[in-house]
Design a protein around this ligand. Structure first.
Ligand SMILES: *[C@@H]1O[C@H](CO)[C@@H](O)[C@H](O)[C@H]1NC(C)=O
Ligand SMILES: *[C@@H]1O[C@H](CO)[C@@H](O)[C@H](O)[C@H]1NC(C)=O
Ligand SMILES: *[C@@H]1O[C@H](CO)[C@@H](O)[C@H](O)[C@H]1NC(C)=O
Ligand SMILES: *[C@@H]1O[C@H](CO)[C@@H](O)[C@H](O)[C@H]1NC(C)=O
Length: 349
Protein backbone atom coordinates (compact mmCIF):
# COMPACT_ATOMS: atom_id res chain seq x y z
CA UNK A 1 0.00 0.00 0.00
CA UNK A 2 2.73 2.48 0.93
CA UNK A 3 4.67 1.41 -2.08
CA UNK A 4 1.79 2.51 -4.31
CA UNK A 5 1.57 5.83 -2.51
CA UNK A 6 5.26 6.50 -2.78
CA UNK A 7 5.38 5.81 -6.45
CA UNK A 8 2.71 8.43 -6.98
CA UNK A 9 4.67 10.81 -4.76
CA UNK A 10 7.81 10.81 -6.80
CA UNK A 11 6.41 11.03 -10.30
CA UNK A 12 7.52 14.57 -10.92
CA UNK A 13 11.29 14.36 -10.77
CA UNK A 14 14.36 12.68 -12.04
CA UNK A 15 15.06 11.05 -8.71
CA UNK A 16 12.83 8.04 -8.30
CA UNK A 17 13.44 6.16 -5.06
CA UNK A 18 12.45 2.51 -5.10
CA UNK A 19 12.22 -0.50 -2.87
CA UNK A 20 12.55 1.27 0.45
CA UNK A 21 11.34 -1.84 2.21
CA UNK A 22 14.59 -3.60 1.34
CA UNK A 23 16.66 -1.17 3.38
CA UNK A 24 17.70 -2.62 6.71
CA UNK A 25 19.67 -1.01 9.55
CA UNK A 26 23.04 -2.72 8.92
CA UNK A 27 23.27 -0.92 5.56
CA UNK A 28 23.49 2.42 7.31
CA UNK A 29 26.74 4.00 8.48
CA UNK A 30 26.44 6.27 11.52
CA UNK A 31 25.00 9.73 11.04
CA UNK A 32 27.38 12.66 11.50
CA UNK A 33 28.01 14.01 14.99
CA UNK A 34 25.41 16.77 15.52
CA UNK A 35 26.67 20.34 15.41
CA UNK A 36 24.91 22.57 17.93
CA UNK A 37 27.20 25.60 18.21
CA UNK A 38 29.96 27.40 16.36
CA UNK A 39 28.60 26.58 12.91
CA UNK A 40 31.86 27.27 11.10
CA UNK A 41 32.80 26.38 7.53
CA UNK A 42 34.81 23.49 9.03
CA UNK A 43 31.62 22.24 10.68
CA UNK A 44 29.78 22.40 7.37
CA UNK A 45 32.66 20.59 5.62
CA UNK A 46 32.40 17.90 8.28
CA UNK A 47 28.71 17.32 7.43
CA UNK A 48 29.57 17.03 3.75
CA UNK A 49 32.43 14.63 4.58
CA UNK A 50 29.85 12.42 6.21
CA UNK A 51 27.90 12.42 2.93
CA UNK A 52 31.04 11.54 0.99
CA UNK A 53 32.36 8.94 3.48
CA UNK A 54 30.78 6.45 1.07
CA UNK A 55 33.55 7.20 -1.43
CA UNK A 56 30.97 8.64 -3.84
CA UNK A 57 31.89 12.32 -4.15
CA UNK A 58 29.34 15.07 -4.75
CA UNK A 59 29.60 16.12 -8.41
CA UNK A 60 29.06 19.54 -9.95
CA UNK A 61 26.96 20.21 -13.01
CA UNK A 62 28.68 21.27 -16.22
CA UNK A 63 26.56 24.42 -16.30
CA UNK A 64 27.22 26.46 -13.17
CA UNK A 65 25.88 29.89 -14.08
CA UNK A 66 22.31 31.02 -14.59
CA UNK A 67 21.43 30.77 -18.29
CA UNK A 68 19.02 33.25 -19.84
CA UNK A 69 15.97 31.88 -21.68
CA UNK A 70 16.72 31.03 -25.32
CA UNK A 71 15.68 33.84 -27.63
CA UNK A 72 14.53 31.33 -30.25
CA UNK A 73 12.70 29.14 -27.78
CA UNK A 74 9.75 27.32 -29.29
CA UNK A 75 7.43 24.64 -28.02
CA UNK A 76 7.24 21.23 -29.63
CA UNK A 77 3.99 20.63 -31.49
CA UNK A 78 1.18 19.34 -29.33
CA UNK A 79 0.95 15.54 -29.44
CA UNK A 80 -2.26 13.94 -30.76
CA UNK A 81 -4.98 14.20 -28.14
CA UNK A 82 -5.71 11.17 -26.07
CA UNK A 83 -9.44 11.03 -25.51
CA UNK A 84 -10.59 8.05 -23.50
CA UNK A 85 -14.18 6.90 -23.88
CA UNK A 86 -15.40 8.81 -20.84
CA UNK A 87 -14.17 12.06 -22.40
CA UNK A 88 -15.90 11.58 -25.76
CA UNK A 89 -18.71 13.92 -24.78
CA UNK A 90 -18.62 17.44 -26.23
CA UNK A 91 -16.90 19.38 -23.42
CA UNK A 92 -16.43 22.67 -25.27
CA UNK A 93 -18.85 24.45 -22.95
CA UNK A 94 -17.13 23.14 -19.82
CA UNK A 95 -14.94 25.79 -18.17
CA UNK A 96 -12.62 25.67 -15.18
CA UNK A 97 -13.88 27.94 -12.39
CA UNK A 98 -12.33 31.42 -12.18
CA UNK A 99 -9.18 31.38 -10.05
CA UNK A 100 -8.61 27.65 -10.56
CA UNK A 101 -4.92 26.86 -10.11
CA UNK A 102 -3.72 24.60 -12.88
CA UNK A 103 -0.06 23.81 -13.10
CA UNK A 104 3.07 21.83 -12.51
CA UNK A 105 4.71 20.61 -9.34
CA UNK A 106 8.27 19.88 -8.21
CA UNK A 107 10.20 19.21 -5.02
CA UNK A 108 13.56 20.80 -4.27
CA UNK A 109 15.56 17.57 -4.08
CA UNK A 110 14.19 16.29 -7.35
CA UNK A 111 15.03 19.35 -9.43
CA UNK A 112 17.47 21.84 -7.91
CA UNK A 113 20.91 20.17 -7.98
CA UNK A 114 23.78 22.50 -6.96
CA UNK A 115 23.69 20.86 -3.56
CA UNK A 116 26.88 22.47 -2.23
CA UNK A 117 26.31 25.91 -3.72
CA UNK A 118 25.66 29.03 -1.68
CA UNK A 119 26.67 27.39 1.61
CA UNK A 120 23.85 24.83 1.47
CA UNK A 121 24.03 22.07 4.06
CA UNK A 122 23.33 18.40 3.32
CA UNK A 123 19.83 17.00 3.69
CA UNK A 124 18.70 13.49 4.50
CA UNK A 125 18.55 12.77 0.75
CA UNK A 126 22.14 13.88 0.06
CA UNK A 127 23.29 11.67 2.88
CA UNK A 128 21.29 8.58 2.02
CA UNK A 129 21.74 8.67 -1.76
CA UNK A 130 25.51 8.78 -1.29
CA UNK A 131 25.76 6.37 1.65
CA UNK A 132 23.04 3.86 0.76
CA UNK A 133 22.77 4.26 -3.04
CA UNK A 134 20.14 1.53 -3.45
CA UNK A 135 17.61 3.80 -1.70
CA UNK A 136 17.84 6.21 -4.65
CA UNK A 137 18.36 3.69 -7.48
CA UNK A 138 21.99 4.79 -7.60
CA UNK A 139 21.05 8.39 -8.40
CA UNK A 140 21.93 11.43 -6.31
CA UNK A 141 20.45 14.92 -5.89
CA UNK A 142 23.84 16.45 -6.91
CA UNK A 143 22.75 17.70 -10.34
CA UNK A 144 19.33 16.25 -11.30
CA UNK A 145 17.80 18.71 -13.82
CA UNK A 146 20.02 21.57 -12.62
CA UNK A 147 17.10 23.91 -11.98
CA UNK A 148 19.33 26.04 -9.73
CA UNK A 149 21.01 27.33 -12.90
CA UNK A 150 18.40 26.57 -15.57
CA UNK A 151 15.28 27.89 -13.81
CA UNK A 152 14.75 30.71 -16.30
CA UNK A 153 14.60 28.25 -19.19
CA UNK A 154 12.45 25.86 -17.14
CA UNK A 155 9.96 28.63 -16.42
CA UNK A 156 9.70 29.49 -20.13
CA UNK A 157 8.81 25.86 -20.83
CA UNK A 158 6.21 25.85 -18.09
CA UNK A 159 4.75 29.10 -19.42
CA UNK A 160 4.61 27.61 -22.92
CA UNK A 161 2.46 24.81 -21.54
CA UNK A 162 -0.20 27.42 -20.85
CA UNK A 163 -0.55 26.74 -17.13
CA UNK A 164 -0.92 29.43 -14.48
CA UNK A 165 0.73 27.84 -11.44
CA UNK A 166 4.10 26.42 -10.37
CA UNK A 167 4.22 24.49 -7.11
CA UNK A 168 7.73 24.06 -5.70
CA UNK A 169 9.40 23.34 -2.36
CA UNK A 170 12.13 25.16 -0.47
CA UNK A 171 15.19 23.16 0.57
CA UNK A 172 15.39 23.76 4.32
CA UNK A 173 19.17 23.18 4.36
CA UNK A 174 19.71 25.71 1.54
CA UNK A 175 18.31 28.38 3.87
CA UNK A 176 19.54 27.01 7.23
CA UNK A 177 22.59 24.82 6.46
CA UNK A 178 22.57 23.30 9.97
CA UNK A 179 18.77 23.21 10.16
CA UNK A 180 18.10 24.29 13.74
CA UNK A 181 17.31 27.57 15.47
CA UNK A 182 20.98 28.38 16.04
CA UNK A 183 22.01 27.82 12.44
CA UNK A 184 23.26 30.79 10.43
CA UNK A 185 20.93 31.80 7.60
CA UNK A 186 22.32 31.59 4.08
CA UNK A 187 21.58 34.84 2.25
CA UNK A 188 22.68 33.21 -1.01
CA UNK A 189 20.11 30.47 -0.47
CA UNK A 190 17.37 33.02 0.20
CA UNK A 191 18.42 35.02 -2.86
CA UNK A 192 18.05 31.97 -5.11
CA UNK A 193 14.38 31.61 -4.13
CA UNK A 194 13.82 35.36 -4.54
CA UNK A 195 15.14 35.13 -8.09
CA UNK A 196 13.11 32.03 -8.80
CA UNK A 197 9.84 33.48 -7.45
CA UNK A 198 10.42 36.82 -9.21
CA UNK A 199 10.93 34.99 -12.50
CA UNK A 200 7.62 33.15 -12.02
CA UNK A 201 5.74 36.36 -11.22
CA UNK A 202 7.33 38.18 -14.18
CA UNK A 203 5.92 35.44 -16.42
CA UNK A 204 2.44 35.54 -14.93
CA UNK A 205 2.78 32.21 -13.12
CA UNK A 206 1.56 31.97 -9.55
CA UNK A 207 3.99 30.41 -7.08
CA UNK A 208 2.64 27.80 -4.65
CA UNK A 209 5.30 27.19 -2.01
CA UNK A 210 5.84 24.09 0.13
CA UNK A 211 8.09 24.33 3.18
CA UNK A 212 8.88 20.65 3.57
CA UNK A 213 9.00 17.88 1.00
CA UNK A 214 10.90 15.21 2.98
CA UNK A 215 14.39 16.78 2.91
CA UNK A 216 15.30 17.19 6.58
CA UNK A 217 18.70 18.82 7.17
CA UNK A 218 21.14 16.02 8.07
CA UNK A 219 22.26 17.91 11.17
CA UNK A 220 18.70 17.62 12.51
CA UNK A 221 18.47 13.94 11.52
CA UNK A 222 21.54 13.46 13.74
CA UNK A 223 19.43 14.82 16.59
CA UNK A 224 16.49 12.53 15.92
CA UNK A 225 14.74 14.49 13.14
CA UNK A 226 10.96 14.15 13.43
CA UNK A 227 11.36 11.75 16.35
CA UNK A 228 12.65 14.63 18.47
CA UNK A 229 10.05 17.11 19.66
CA UNK A 230 12.61 19.90 19.24
CA UNK A 231 11.83 19.72 15.53
CA UNK A 232 8.66 21.73 16.27
CA UNK A 233 10.66 24.81 17.27
CA UNK A 234 13.28 24.28 14.59
CA UNK A 235 10.63 24.01 11.89
CA UNK A 236 8.83 27.06 13.21
CA UNK A 237 12.04 29.08 13.13
CA UNK A 238 12.66 28.03 9.52
CA UNK A 239 9.04 28.69 8.53
CA UNK A 240 9.10 32.12 10.12
CA UNK A 241 12.22 33.14 8.17
CA UNK A 242 10.64 31.94 4.91
CA UNK A 243 7.26 33.61 5.55
CA UNK A 244 8.90 36.93 6.36
CA UNK A 245 11.09 36.84 3.28
CA UNK A 246 8.52 35.76 0.68
CA UNK A 247 5.16 36.43 2.33
CA UNK A 248 4.44 39.42 0.11
CA UNK A 249 5.14 37.48 -3.08
CA UNK A 250 3.76 34.02 -2.32
CA UNK A 251 0.04 33.84 -1.51
CA UNK A 252 -0.49 30.07 -1.39
CA UNK A 253 1.46 28.08 1.17
CA UNK A 254 1.79 24.39 2.01
CA UNK A 255 3.55 23.41 5.24
CA UNK A 256 4.12 19.66 4.73
CA UNK A 257 3.91 17.49 1.66
CA UNK A 258 2.24 14.10 2.24
CA UNK A 259 2.80 13.88 6.01
CA UNK A 260 0.96 10.58 6.31
CA UNK A 261 3.27 8.80 3.88
CA UNK A 262 6.33 10.50 5.34
CA UNK A 263 5.72 9.41 8.94
CA UNK A 264 4.38 5.99 7.95
CA UNK A 265 7.62 5.01 6.26
CA UNK A 266 9.90 6.99 8.56
CA UNK A 267 11.68 3.94 9.94
CA UNK A 268 12.78 2.69 6.54
CA UNK A 269 12.60 5.49 4.00
CA UNK A 270 14.42 7.63 3.09
CA UNK A 271 16.50 5.97 5.75
CA UNK A 272 16.61 4.18 9.00
CA UNK A 273 17.00 6.55 11.93
CA UNK A 274 16.96 3.85 14.59
CA UNK A 275 20.33 4.98 15.89
CA UNK A 276 18.58 8.09 17.22
CA UNK A 277 15.50 8.66 19.31
CA UNK A 278 15.46 5.16 20.77
CA UNK A 279 12.27 4.15 18.94
CA UNK A 280 11.44 0.84 17.34
CA UNK A 281 10.42 0.83 13.70
CA UNK A 282 6.86 -0.03 14.71
CA UNK A 283 6.62 3.01 16.99
CA UNK A 284 8.21 5.64 14.78
CA UNK A 285 5.03 6.65 12.89
CA UNK A 286 3.36 7.41 16.20
CA UNK A 287 6.24 9.61 17.37
CA UNK A 288 6.79 11.29 14.01
CA UNK A 289 3.13 12.14 13.37
CA UNK A 290 2.32 14.20 16.50
CA UNK A 291 5.61 16.10 16.18
CA UNK A 292 4.93 16.83 12.52
CA UNK A 293 1.33 17.90 13.13
CA UNK A 294 2.44 20.15 15.97
CA UNK A 295 5.12 21.64 13.71
CA UNK A 296 2.42 22.29 11.09
CA UNK A 297 0.04 23.88 13.60
CA UNK A 298 2.75 26.06 15.12
CA UNK A 299 3.91 27.29 11.70
CA UNK A 300 0.31 28.09 10.69
CA UNK A 301 -0.08 30.17 13.88
CA UNK A 302 3.17 31.96 13.08
CA UNK A 303 1.93 32.69 9.56
CA UNK A 304 -1.41 34.05 10.78
CA UNK A 305 0.39 36.12 13.41
CA UNK A 306 2.64 37.73 10.78
CA UNK A 307 -0.41 38.46 8.61
CA UNK A 308 -2.38 40.00 11.47
CA UNK A 309 0.60 42.17 12.48
CA UNK A 310 0.62 43.48 8.91
CA UNK A 311 4.15 42.15 8.29
CA UNK A 312 3.15 40.07 5.27
CA UNK A 313 0.23 39.91 2.86
CA UNK A 314 -2.77 37.73 3.59
CA UNK A 315 -2.70 34.43 1.76
CA UNK A 316 -3.81 30.85 2.18
CA UNK A 317 -1.96 28.14 4.09
CA UNK A 318 -2.60 24.43 4.45
CA UNK A 319 -1.06 20.97 4.59
CA UNK A 320 -0.93 18.71 1.50
CA UNK A 321 -2.36 15.25 2.10
CA UNK A 322 -2.01 12.31 -0.23
CA UNK A 323 -5.63 11.68 0.58
CA UNK A 324 -8.38 9.81 -1.13
CA UNK A 325 -12.17 9.80 -1.06
CA UNK A 326 -13.24 6.35 -2.22
CA UNK A 327 -16.71 5.69 -3.62
CA UNK A 328 -18.83 3.10 -1.79
CA UNK A 329 -18.86 -0.24 -3.61
CA UNK A 330 -22.65 -0.24 -3.40
CA UNK A 331 -23.95 3.33 -3.07
CA UNK A 332 -27.25 2.01 -1.67
CA UNK A 333 -25.50 0.20 1.17
CA UNK A 334 -25.28 2.16 4.41
CA UNK A 335 -22.29 0.12 5.62
CA UNK A 336 -20.39 0.62 2.32
CA UNK A 337 -20.99 4.36 2.59
CA UNK A 338 -19.69 4.33 6.16
CA UNK A 339 -16.56 2.45 5.16
CA UNK A 340 -15.86 4.93 2.35
CA UNK A 341 -16.28 7.84 4.79
CA UNK A 342 -14.01 6.19 7.33
CA UNK A 343 -11.24 5.78 4.75
CA UNK A 344 -11.57 9.44 3.79
CA UNK A 345 -11.44 10.46 7.47
CA UNK A 346 -8.33 8.34 7.99
CA UNK A 347 -6.46 9.91 5.09
CA UNK A 348 -7.71 13.48 5.32
CA UNK A 349 -8.39 13.87 9.06
C1 LIG B 1 29.69 16.93 -18.15
O1 LIG B 1 29.94 16.75 -19.54
C2 LIG B 1 30.62 15.55 -19.85
C3 LIG B 1 30.92 15.56 -21.35
O2 LIG B 1 29.72 15.74 -22.09
C4 LIG B 1 29.80 14.35 -19.42
O3 LIG B 1 30.52 13.14 -19.69
C5 LIG B 1 29.55 14.45 -17.93
O4 LIG B 1 28.68 13.40 -17.52
C6 LIG B 1 28.88 15.78 -17.60
N1 LIG B 1 28.78 15.90 -16.15
C7 LIG B 1 27.64 16.16 -15.55
C8 LIG B 1 27.71 16.23 -14.05
O5 LIG B 1 26.57 16.36 -16.12
C1 LIG C 1 18.79 28.79 -30.84
O1 LIG C 1 19.88 29.67 -30.63
C2 LIG C 1 21.07 29.05 -30.16
C3 LIG C 1 22.10 30.14 -29.88
O2 LIG C 1 21.52 31.20 -29.21
C4 LIG C 1 21.56 28.02 -31.17
O3 LIG C 1 22.70 27.36 -30.64
C5 LIG C 1 20.47 27.01 -31.44
O4 LIG C 1 20.88 26.12 -32.47
C6 LIG C 1 19.18 27.71 -31.86
N1 LIG C 1 18.11 26.72 -31.96
C7 LIG C 1 17.24 26.70 -32.96
C8 LIG C 1 16.19 25.63 -32.89
O5 LIG C 1 17.29 27.50 -33.88
C1 LIG D 1 -19.83 21.23 -29.14
O1 LIG D 1 -20.77 22.10 -28.54
C2 LIG D 1 -20.70 23.45 -28.96
C3 LIG D 1 -21.72 24.26 -28.18
O2 LIG D 1 -21.64 24.01 -26.83
C4 LIG D 1 -20.94 23.56 -30.46
O3 LIG D 1 -20.77 24.89 -30.87
C5 LIG D 1 -19.96 22.66 -31.19
O4 LIG D 1 -20.28 22.65 -32.57
C6 LIG D 1 -20.01 21.23 -30.66
N1 LIG D 1 -18.95 20.42 -31.26
C7 LIG D 1 -19.17 19.16 -31.71
C8 LIG D 1 -18.00 18.46 -32.32
O5 LIG D 1 -20.24 18.61 -31.60
C1 LIG E 1 16.72 16.55 20.53
O1 LIG E 1 17.08 17.85 20.12
C2 LIG E 1 17.67 18.63 21.13
C3 LIG E 1 17.86 20.05 20.62
O2 LIG E 1 18.20 20.07 19.28
C4 LIG E 1 18.99 17.98 21.57
O3 LIG E 1 19.55 18.72 22.62
C5 LIG E 1 18.73 16.55 22.00
O4 LIG E 1 19.96 15.91 22.26
C6 LIG E 1 17.99 15.79 20.90
N1 LIG E 1 17.67 14.44 21.34
C7 LIG E 1 18.21 13.35 20.77
C8 LIG E 1 17.73 12.04 21.28
O5 LIG E 1 19.06 13.41 19.91
Amino acid sequence: MWSALLRTTVLSGALVPVAYTQISPPDFPPLPVPITSGYTQTDLDQLWQSVEQSGIPVVKANITRVLEPLANFSVSPEPPRFRPAYLQANTSSVKLPKGFLYGVSTSATQVEGAVKEGGRGPSSWDWVCHNVPSTCSGQTPDVVVNEYYLYKQDIQRVKAMGVNTFSFSFAWSRILPFGGKGSPVSEEGLQFYDNFIDELLKNGIEPVATLFHWDTPINLMSQGGFLNRSIVEDFNNYASIVFQRYGNKVKTWITFNEPLAYCAVYSTFPFDPSQKGGASAALTPFICAPNLIEAHATAVQTYRGLVSQGKIAKGKISIKHDGQKPLPFDPDSESDRQVADRVADFFEG
